[in-house]
Design a protein. Structure first.
Length: 276
């Protein structure tokens, strides 16, 4: 009993420590966003509460001067198209690899694995030249194409789930006259809901938080996204940490709300994908 109590105590202490490590920086940013410029100039402590008034005007300033309305719109468009394309391409690729027999199938799977192991930074020069030659540079289609065409992990997630679907369902559908696309659309795709939820959440968070690709391929100010909108505060607001913190909170809120609402899907998706 003593050993069990000690073990349980250590588990709870580790969980509390991990929660503090995660929540503490967010708390500092949130408290800073509610302070005035004078408080920050006086060197207000990071964990101290605002003096008297909560300055929600910092959020208005961050939203207006950071042009976050257009940034949210651009991000939403890229997110919907890129994630939707990733789901279709990944599920179709996994279905083709698992259900069809063709020459060099093992080689194709091996090449997917090799592509996942190659550091992306080593191919950036060639990637930039290809994007520019297609006329997609400085447009929303540049990041959309790159997000859809470089997600090997999603293919492997779908592949694990497709392999768990009995082939007898395919055979029954073929006896009823269904072709390959009908089987995919009416049988395979509906059964991939856990994998789809996992890919949507993981890919969505990746696209939402990515800074490098939008910054490199969309230099125009009117094509800013959420991640690059914070970069606008680098110049005129470099010393106004209350405004920068308010902008950071505005960027964090959507992903936090979505994750809290859908966290059980991502946990269940990873668990089921790992055990099949």
């Amino acid at each position: 009993m003593t050993r069990r109590a000690v073990t349980r105590t250590l588990v709870y202490l580790s969980l509390v420590a991990a929660a503090v490590i995660v929540v503490l920086p967010l708390g500092v940013v949130f408290l800073t966003s509610l302070k005035s410029e004078d408080e920050m100039a006086r060197g207000s402590g990071a964990l101290t509460f605002p003096d008297d008034v909560l300055h929600f005007g910092n959020y208005v300033t961050a939203f207006r001067d950071g042009e976050m309305l257009s940034a949210f719109a651009n991000t939403a468009f890229i997110l919907v198209v890129a994630v939707g394309g990733t789901v279709l391409i990944g599920s179709m690729t996994a279905y083709a690899i698992d259900r069809f027999t063709f020459r060099f199938r093992r080689l194709v799977v091996a090449l997917f694995l090799v592509a996942a192991l190659v550091p992306g930074v080593t191919t950036q020069v060639a990637t930039f030249q290809i994007v520019d030659s297609f006329g997609m540079f400085d447009s929303l289609w540049a990041p959309i194409t790159l997000y859809m065409g470089t997600d090997i992990v999603s293919i492997y997630i779908f592949l694990q789930f497709v392999r768990s679907i009995p082939t007898s369902l395919d055979e029954s559908a073929r006896l009823d006259g269904a072709n390959a696309f009908t089987i995919y659309r009416k049988i395979i795709f509906p059964l991939l809901k856990p994998a789809i939820a996992t890919v949507v959440i993981v890919k969505g968070i990746t696209v939402y938080n990515d800074f490098y690709i939008p910054f490199l391929y969309m230099p125009s100010e009117d094509l800013g996204v959420i991640s690059t909108s914070l970069f606008r505060f680098k110049g005129p607001f470099s010393a106004h940490w209350e405004t920068i913190s308010a902008g950071a909170i505005l960027v964090i809120l959507p992903t936090l709300i979505v994750f809290l609402c859908l966290q059980r899907y991502i946990y269940n998706g990873f668990t089921r994908g790992a055990t099949r």
